[in-house]
Design a protein around this ligand. Structure first.
Ligand code: FUC
Length: 882
């Protein structure tokens, strides 16, 4: 196989690191460069809100989000700074005040009707470019946003000496309504400064021009460069916001930032530091930082860079021949967006990441914890960017102070007998926050939101296995969350339930023990206890968590064979008339994804997940819900069904600049961008039961390909190469040492060596799983994996002639069957017990002494092929005692 070499298409826009051709089997997958990935267009983005959402190019460094339009008469650069926040008015529809557009910056060139126009965003470099010709001169611009130097850098050049002239014109949008400010120019710098009054936010932006040749002249609020050879523009922005609990604990809005210094000194210092470096130094700093993150993972689905512009590529999907390239691009784009929007020391990504053009952004650009924040961080772990989570972890640690106060209030209100009079009641989960306020509970989502937040912290440890991180950052968050939950749950019929309880966004609210709350509570109690063991902690509360864990009753199977969302549900979605059977939220499945509760060791629950997903249908057109279902289906090993949702997302929700359109409008929400990346990662590699499984749900459409560097639990970096759907090579880098459990059909019959070619000892569990003791830094290479054709399962299982003490089963046979096996799972049991094997026909009469006592059981029949291999899937049916 040859990895495609990208060519510079039509435009002559420079394409940096090009992938080189690598023959199969030659060298490690892990040593190969990533494929050239870029978005490109032959026209600027239209100068409008629609152009912003659909066509502008997003950039960012955590300190600022940037949208570049690429105009030639006038360039427009829109800047977002996530702490610039207006008061969040209520009752005005979903477009509410919140994050406010920081600056609109124009560079006027007056270049009309240029030729050979092209602009691009190169994901390999984290650099954007514009290039066109006019009057025999080629004009070029290069843009990047640097995290280490905290600036945006723009270099403008012309192919002819003295041909570059422009006026830099920064402006403050939405002045007047709660926002005041001025723009003034002096020497080589334009300064934009003002106040957003509700929270008394002082803001400042500086724009420094460094021309080469020509003349420069400052006007009132502009700088004009004439007849220069080239120029560099540096941009730094800031506010007086600080990561300090005071922000959340001070009730009076105007006093939240009291005592924090005006950003002038900080912004001036940033500009001074950056301007002491050459353009090349700044670019090298940026690229060292950016590529260290971006280059960890590559994906090759066999696509070549298409000759069409990215807008046409998006419109052509899914029928176009270049669809694989768009799929690869979407995967890397989510990683790119997370790198732009989630950096330590800066606010985490909100609903729109770090990009907002409005005064009234959708849902205020808040942090919503009933799916959106968690989805933003889903790719951080599996797509090998774990340290980007620090942005959220630091933010959490300033708002948790307020959440502790709420926790005490709620225990007082809902379960006063469990109150700790000294206020040690843990923290309760917020539904939404913004940089200044955090709400308490909301019946829109249950208290499980807190444990879901804690799950991200657990994942941060589980994917990195850094014990000091566990002790300092992760364990306290999980432990305190378990503290709250342990006091909040109430005993009902022998189990411990959330009361009140809701399932996110469902209209049946304030009920008891929703699966959402119970699953999230269960996972956090479980993870807390695991962490305590690792750290050697013991105390009285841990004893309580341990006693409570088996009573948290996380999974209930309904009469349709589904995972119930509500305890009162019998058949799918019958708990109340207000419920929508096609709802975008599928929160009863979060134990399957992104959780770990439902996995390959709980096959009866996995089958119930599949049933639930089938009943939820494909009708929801919401971007993030489609992304989430890619992952849900991937975890039940149905890559083809998952792929349908991925296609729905790319074909139905992705805009020309690959921003996700939440539900038409277009209404940009970043969650599905991050979620698409995570979903693709789940198709290619999973490890929820701490067994590293390469290619667990490969769609047929991706018959050949390779990936490099996906991260598994245990801090194993996994690379794989496959053709005709069959893995030819798997490599695992053990970053933390420890036992590597690896699952792939026939892996125990493969050649397993170190990267130096030494044979590796392993313990086989059947033919499809091996265990290897690894040392830190060791690379395990698996080759010569004997091909395995999956066994076709039977279908259409039915219970017929049921007379209580016995019943008959009938099914449609499989072409692969030598015999069949029959299993049952009683009630809510996670696993099946085998009740018959070696069945020759396609029917079975089942008699058992206990049949009259069992109200509900799930039956499953599987195929056994002549070679002894059993089908992974089976046909299932629910038997109810009538
Ligand atoms: C949740 C979701 C919606 C939307 C909103 C911002 O309420 O249910 O689909 O993403 O957040």
């Amino acid at each position: 196989m040859t990895i495609a070499i990208a060519t510079s298409v039509l435009t002559g826009v420079i394409l940096a690191p090009e992938a080189c051709a690598v023959e199969q089997g030659a060298g490690l997958i892990a040593d190969r460069p990533g494929k050239a990935m870029r978005l490109w267009y032959d026209a600027p983005a239209p100068d409008s809100d629609l152009g912003w959402a659909n066509a502008s190019i997003p950039m960012g460094n955590g300190y600022m989000g940037i949208n570049v339009f690429g105009g030639t008469e006038s360039e427009r650069i829109q800047i977002t700074e996530n702490s610039l926040y207006d008061w969040a008015d209520k009752n005005s529809g979903f477009k509410r005040r919140g994050v406010n557009n920081f600056a609109e910056v124009y560079m006027d060139f007056g270049h009309t009707k240029p030729g050979n126009y092209a602009r691009e965003l190169n994901l390999n470099e984290g650099v954007s470019r514009v290039r066109y010709e006019l009057g025999g001169v080629t004009y070029s611009r290069e843009y990047f946003t640097s995290y280490p130097d905290k600036v945006m850098v723009i270099r403008l050049s012309a192919s002819k000496k003295g041909a570059l002239s422009f006026t830099l014109r920064p402006t403050i949008p939405f002045l007047g309504d709660g926002k005041s400010g001025t723009v003034s120019a002096k020497g080589d710098t334009v300064t934009l400064s003002g106040v957003m009054t509700y929270f008394n936010i002082q803001f400042e932006g500086q724009f420094k021009v460094i021309p080469k040749g020509g003349k420069m002249k400052a006007g009132n609020d502009t700088i004009t460069v004439s007849d220069a050879d080239s120029a560099v523009v540096l941009i730094a922005v800031g506010t007086n916001y600080q990561f300090d609990p005071q922000v959340f604990l001070t009730p009076k809005p105007t006093e939240k930032l009291k005592g924090f210094p005006h950003p002038h000194a900080k912004v001036s210092g940033t500009i001074a530091d950056a301007s002491a470096k050459s353009y090349e130094q700044l670019k090298a700093n940026h690229q060292a930082d950016y590529t260290e993150l971006y280059d960890r993972v590559s994906l090759d689905l066999g696509a070549k860079e298409p000759a069409m512009t990215t807008d046409k590529l998006v419109d052509a999907y899914p029928d176009g021949a270049s669809s694989r390239y768009l799929e690869e691009l979407a995967f890397q784009y989510g990683r790119y967006m997370l790198i732009c929007s989630s950096r330590k020391g800066t606010l985490p990504p909100h609903l729109q990441g770090i990009w907002n053009v409005y005064a009234r952004p959708p849902w205020s650009s808040q942090y919503l914890h009933d799916t959106n924040v968690q989805m933003a961080y889903a790719p951080a772990f599996c797509a090998n960017l774990p340290e980007l989570f620090e942005s959220y972890a630091d933010f959490f640690n300033i708002f948790v102070h307020q959440q502790r106060q709420y926790a005490t209030q709620y225990i007082e209100q809902y379960n006063p007998s469990q109150l700790d009079p000294n206020g040690d009641n843990g923290w309760s989960g917020p539904f939404w926050t913004n940089p200044y306020n955090v709400t308490g509970k909301s019946p829109v989502a249950g208290f499980g939101t807190g444990s879901w937040i804690a799950q991200m912290f657990w994942d941060y440890y589980d994917y990195t296995r850094d014990e000091s991180l566990l002790a300092e950052t992760v364990y306290p968050v999980m432990y305190e969350q378990a503290n709250f939950v342990s006091r909040f749950v109430k005993e009902v019929d022998g189990v411990l339930l959330a009361d009140p309880s809701s399932s996110p966004e469902q209209k049946l609210r304030n009920t008891v023990g929703t699966t959402f709350d119970q699953q999230m509570f269960y996972e956090n109690h479980h993870n807390t206890l695991t962490a305590a063991k690792i750290l050697g902690r013991s105390d009285k509360r841990l004893d309580i968590y341990e006693k409570q864990l088996p009573l948290l009753d996380p999974i209930q199977i309904g009469k349709s064979g589904q995972i119930k969302e509500f305890r009162q549900e019998e058949y799918y979605c019958d708990a109340d008339k207000v419920l929508d059977p096609h709802h975008r939220h599928t929160s009863m499945l979060l134990g399957e994804y992104p959780g770990q509760l439902i996995n390959d060791t709980t096959p009866a629950w996995l089958d119930a997940v599949k049933k639930t997903l089938t009943l939820r249908t494909r009708k929801s057109n919401i971007g993030w819900a489609r992304a989430e279902r890619v992952a849900f289906w991937a975890r039940v090993h149905d890559g083809d069904e998952a792929y349908l949702f991925f296609q729905d997302l790319l074909g139905g929700n992705f805009l020309h600049n690959l921003f996700n359109d939440h539900r038409g409008g277009p209404l940009f929400q970043a969650d599905a961008n991050y979620g698409a990346t995570a979903g693709v990662a789940e198709l290619l590699m999973q490890s929820q039961d701490h067994v590293v499984s390469p290619l667990p749900a490969l769609p047929c459409a991706w018959s050949d390909g390779s990936y490099r560097g996906l991260l598994a639990r245990g801090n194993f970096e996994v690379s794989a190469q496959w053709s005709n759907g069959q893995a030819s090579r798997v490599e695992v880098v053990s970053n933390a040492g420890g036992t590597l459990a690896l699952r792939y059909p026939n892996v125990a019959k493969a050649v397993i060596k170190t990267s130096e070619g030494q044979t590796v000892d392993f313990v086989a569990k059947g033919t499809d799983q091996v265990s290897i003791e690894t040392t830190k830094g060791q690379i395990v290479v698996v080759t010569d994996i004997p091909a395995c054709t999956p066994v076709v399962a039977p279908s259409n299982l039915k219970v017929v002639k049921d007379v209580k003490s016995q019943f008959e089963l009938a099914w449609t046979g499989s072409k692969d069957a030598a015999t069949y096996n029959l299993y049952r799972a009683v009630g809510n049991a996670p696993d099946y017990e085998r009740i018959a094997s070696n069945i020759k026909g396609t029917g079975f009469v089942y008699k058992a002494a206990d049949l009259k006592q069992i109200d509900q059981m799930t039956l499953k029949v599987t195929t056994v092929r002549a070679d002894g291999r059993e089908s992974r899937e089976g046909a299932t049916a629910v038997r109810l005692l009538h």
